[in-house]
Design a protein around this ligand. Structure first.
Ligand code: XLS
Ligand code: CA
Ligand code: CA
Length: 448
């Protein structure tokens, strides 16, 4: 009896189920901090973190970069006689990996799971034949779909955009593709559905009617939502902010921009954000900023857990490793109420020269351990109340007296000005205590 799935062939034969062995373990293929069954507060670690594997990076990407060809020679591709057979083998390999790693969820694009056919109808047929297999594997293993999405960026027809394409025909084909991806997500019990506007943006404003494109995108998302709701889909829709790449400027630039877009097109009741750490950095923010902003605007949904590189400014999609970053992230996520339908999806890839089968495991183990540490640090910070208490106290003047009247909307601007002129001459001279708080935060990293 094994506690993992193996199809007709074992794709990671030298690796068994990854277990928690504790911080002193020297076994690289073991968790040092992620102990799925451990209770942290009222929930098990696994239920706080809701880890997902990204199908595209882990099973489709082959190490190709702009300067070189394939370095990851996946056995699930090389042992197949046709693209559909490769897709089936890939699904077997993926479920073997999910269950050996012990994650509860995965995420996919339609084209990750099944190859595109020569017509929209054939593509849909391919997709649904793979969805049937995925459904069986989900049932057999208990692994669930965190979210599904459509790849509206790879095919050359999307070079000028999908829902923002100047040509109506492309928008219609995109709708056909999204409809099938939504149907597939529903069929697989997906907990959410994501839109990432890969090519929804512009390369030059000289050839772009920006207002028209945004209007079309808003209408497209509204129609897709209405369709999904009609089919009984109850989960959240996510827009995933990214400021640039592949376009010079993407319409879903950052959380704040997406929030305004959602409000403008009446999408804000059904849509939330899927925040990716690396995209936050590309937007000139940090991960913590984007999470806090989403929480403040009531649109926090899910997370693509990864990181960029300190010294270069592109989407390197590396696995998250910094305890400081994961602690800040979990501090924001827990205070936003934690995950409901969302989770931590490792939208991250191993490097081009990481070619051992074990490397994919090692990368995920590192990311899962980093978030387990972040979770425990954040829980301690919240429970002790020193940092949140400081912030609360900092705003205490709005809880009573004149400040409370202002907060409750009981003061006119003239009232305010009068108070300012007569009563508060000495206000404002108090330290923000940033260095103190940063030091306290650091202390928690090693277990205050
Ligand atoms: C690309 C995006 C993409 C989305 C899903 O940069 O991160 O992978 O997460 O379409
Ligand atoms: Ca992403
Ligand atoms: Ca990315």
């Amino acid at each position: 009896m094994t506690d993992y799935y193996v199809g007709k062939k074992e794709y990671f034969p030298k690796i068994g189920a990854i277990k928690y062995e504790g911080p002193k373990s020297a076994n690289p293929l073991a968790f040092k901090y992620y102990n799925p069954e451990k209770m942290v507060g009222k929930k098990k670690m696994r239920d706080h973190l809701r880890f997902a594997v990204a199908y595209w990076h882990s099973f489709c990407a082959d190490g190709t970069d702009p300067f070189g060809t394939v370095t990851h020679l996946h056995p699930w591709v090389s042992d197949a006689a046709s693209p559909m057979e490769a897709a089936e083998h890939k699904l077997d390999a993926a479920f073997e990996f999910f269950t050996k790693l012990g994650v509860q969820f995965y995420c996919f694009h339609d084209r990750d799971m099944a190859p595109e056919g020569s017509s929209p109808g054939e593509s849909e047929k391919n997709l649904f034949s793979m969805v049937a297999k995925a459904k069986k594997l989900q049932r057999a293993t208990g692994v669930k779909l965190l979210w599904g999405t459509a790849n509206l960026f790879n095919n050359p027809r999307y070079m000028n955009g999908a829902a923002t394409n100047p040509e109506f025909g492309v928008l219609a084909i995109a709708a056909n593709q999204v409809k099938a991806a939504i149907d597939a997500t529903i069929e697989l019990g997906g907990q959410g559905y994501t839109f990432w506007g890969g090519r929804e943006g512009y390369m030059s404003l000289l050839n772009t009617d920006l207002k028209k494109e945004k209007d079309h995108l808003g209408r497209f998302l509204g129609l897709a939502r209405d369709y999904a709701r009609k089919q009984g889909f109850k989960g959240p829709f996510y827009v995933e902010p990214k400021p640039m790449e592949p376009t010079k400027h993407q319409y879903d630039y950052d959380v704040e921009t997406v929030a305004l877009f959602l409000k403008t097109y009446n999408l804000d009741k059904d849509f939330k954000v899927n925040i990716e750490a690396n995209h936050a950095e590309l937007a000139g923010h940090d991960f913590f900023h984007e999470l806090e902003t989403a929480a403040a605007l009531g649109i926090f949904g899910s997370v693509d857990a990864n990181r960029g590189d300190f010294i270069n400014g592109w989407d390197t999609d590396q696995f998250p490793l910094s305890y400081y970053e994961t602690a800040l992230a979990m501090y924001a996520i827990l205070r936003a109420g934690g995950f409901t339908a969302g989770g931590l999806n490792f939208d991250a890839k191993i490097r081009r020269n990481s070619i051992d089968p074990a490397d994919l495991f090692l990368a995920h183990i590192g990311g899962m351990d980093a978030f387990a540490v972040g979770l425990e640090v954040a829980v301690r910070i919240i429970n002790d109340g020193i940092i949140p208490g400081f912030v609360k106290k900092r705003y205490a003047s709005y809880n009573t007296g004149d400040g409370a009247k202002f907060a409750n909307g009981q003061l006119s601007f003239t009232d305010l000005a009068k108070l300012g002129g007569e009563k508060y001459g000495r206000a404002g001279l108090s330290s923000g205590k940033q260095e103190y708080l940063e030091n306290v935060f650091n202390q928690y990293l090693l277990g205050l």
